[in-house]
Design a binder for this molecule. Structure first.
Ligand SMILES: *Cc1c(COP(=O)(O)O)cnc(C)c1O
Length: 454
């Protein structure tokens, strides 16, 4: 089996001090231990137990403003539509809504969450390759800002549904620009052959067709090339493709008012360069600026990932005759899937200031789930941890809790929100009985087992 990338890295893992120095929202207090904003994380772990997700409202706000400011400074008329799938908790949506965010949703559930959080329908866009009839109808009935159409087949279906409902659907065509974002294959979405979007050479024809449909109003284009992208070059290449389409379609006599620039801006999980809002704004300005367009962005990870940590406790330290010990945590791949799914690297920092300065040794950090893939890190250089020690897994605010499952009959972890010196529980730990609450055993099966049970 291929080794996770962390086995192969030449550079030593960043130290606890280096991880904290790169994250303004976190610091180590000599008495209180690890602090997220002004809250000692051990207080949250004491009250709610582990594993527990903790989200920083202040970090969400700060990052939203940083991105909005970068777009303003570049002179762009741009609106941020938070990609709800990154972290769809109502409190997260509400914090961002209060900052002025709209939403990018990919399902009926996300659309309803966004509305519930108070995001105005005219600030909601709906993306995704497989919207069902029910989802398209909900989008039409909710009068959302636009539906991002991903295929000719979807356009046809939407036209029929909108016509039948006596509505006009505002549509942007999502284009596949055939640009390689040089990101992990599982989160690349803008290459020819990826399932997303309309081939860019077919887009002008489809736009012209859409303009002839009475229940469809085409207003522009969308593009989203993937996630965790730091290099502005693929963004620039994709936006240049879209700018060319805008010119071509306008030259053919059609109105184009809107370009949705998607999401994808990356963060520094380890020591790789983080995506820069200013560089992204510059890439947009160079390509799409000056076309008189209303611009949308759909950031998810960049806003939410650094705002969250996952707190966990060491349940066992299992030594081997040879090689690093296994440090078994009480969180697992069912809580945080990213390391198993994408070989992703997450910083791990002890909650206690004393633990944080223990001599560093290589360890394998694993969870209790019965899968070898349930591995958070292999050979990670960590301050020595003993049983009962608690840690924070960093940058888990995006694609963290939303990807959790109850595999191995492990209830969903609790969630808390930190805001300055205040904190609150925003979801209690799922009671274990909730796992089978909706299940039933058919009568004839229950009867057959009745005589032999016990
Ligand atoms: C996932 C997704 C986003 C958000 O991507 P991030 O990398 O989290 O910024 C934006 N737009 C669309 C269409 C998406 O599928």
């Amino acid at each position: 089996m291929a080794s996770p990338a962390s086995d192969l890295r030449a550079e030593p893992d960043p130290s606890v001090a280096e991880l904290l120095a790169a994250r303004a929202q976190l610091r180590m207090d000599p008495f209180e231990g690890l602090m997220l904003e002004e809250v000692a994380l051990r207080t949250v772990a004491d009250a709610l137990g582990t594993p527990v997700w903790v989200t920083s409202a202040g970090t969400l706000r700060g990052r939203y403003r940083q991105l909005a400011d970068a777009l303003d400074e570049a002179g762009l008329d741009a609106q941020l539509h938070y990609a709800v799938k990154a972290n769809d908790h109502l409190a997260v949506l509400r914090v961002l809504q209060a900052e002025g965010a709209g939403a990018d949703v990919v399902s009926a559930g996300e659309l309803r969450r966004a509305l519930l959080a108070g995001i105005a329908p005219d600030r909601i866009v709906f993306s995704g390759v497989g919207k069902s009839d029910d989802e398209l109808m909900l989008a039409l009935d909710s009068s959302i800002a636009q539906i991002n159409v991903e295929s000719r087949e979807e356009l046809d279906r939407l036209s029929v549904l909108a016509d039948g409902a006596g509505r006009v659907a505002r549509v942007v065509l999502r284009v596949n620009p055939d640009v390689d974002a040089n990101t992990h294959a599982k989160i690349s979405t803008g290459r020819a052959g990826d399932k997303f979007g309309i081939a860019h050479d077919e887009a002008p024809g489809l736009y012209a067709l859409a303009a002839t449909l009475p229940a469809i109003e085409p207003i522009g284009f969308a593009v989203h090339i993937g996630s965790q992208i730091a290099d502005p070059a693929p963004f620039r290449a994709a936006y240049a493709r879209v700018a060319a389409l805008v010119r071509q379609v306008r030259a053919a006599g059609h109105a184009v008012s809107t370009v949705d620039c998607g999401g994808g801006l990356g963060i520094g999980y380890r020591d790789e360069p983080a995506g820069s809002p200013r560089a992204l704004a510059h890439a947009i300005r160079l390509t799409l600026g000056g076309l008189g367009l209303r611009l949308l962005l759909e950031p998810g990870r960049w806003l939410a990932a650094p705002a969250g940590v996952l707190l966990s406790r060491v349940v066992r330290v299992k030594r081997q005759a040879e090689g690093p010990p296994f440090v078994v945590l009480d969180c697992a791949m069912n809580d945080l899937l990213r390391p198993s799914l994408y070989d992703s690297w997450h910083g791990v920092v002890p909650l206690s200031a004393r633990d944080a300065v223990a001599p560093a040794l290589p360890v394998h950090l694993v969870g209790p789930v019965c899968e070898t893939g349930d591995t958070l890190a292999r050979g990670r250089l960590m301050p020595e941890l003993s049983c009962g020690a608690r840690v924070a897994i960093l940058d888990t605010g995006a694609y963290g809790s939303v990807m959790s499952s109850t595999y191995n009959a492990r209830p969903l972890a609790a969630q808390a929100l930190v805001d300055g010196a205040r904190w609150a529980t925003i979801r209690p730990r799922q009671p274990v009985a909730a796992l089978w609450a909706g299940e039933s055993v058919p009568d004839w099966i229950a009867a057959a087992g009745a005589g032999t049970a016990g």
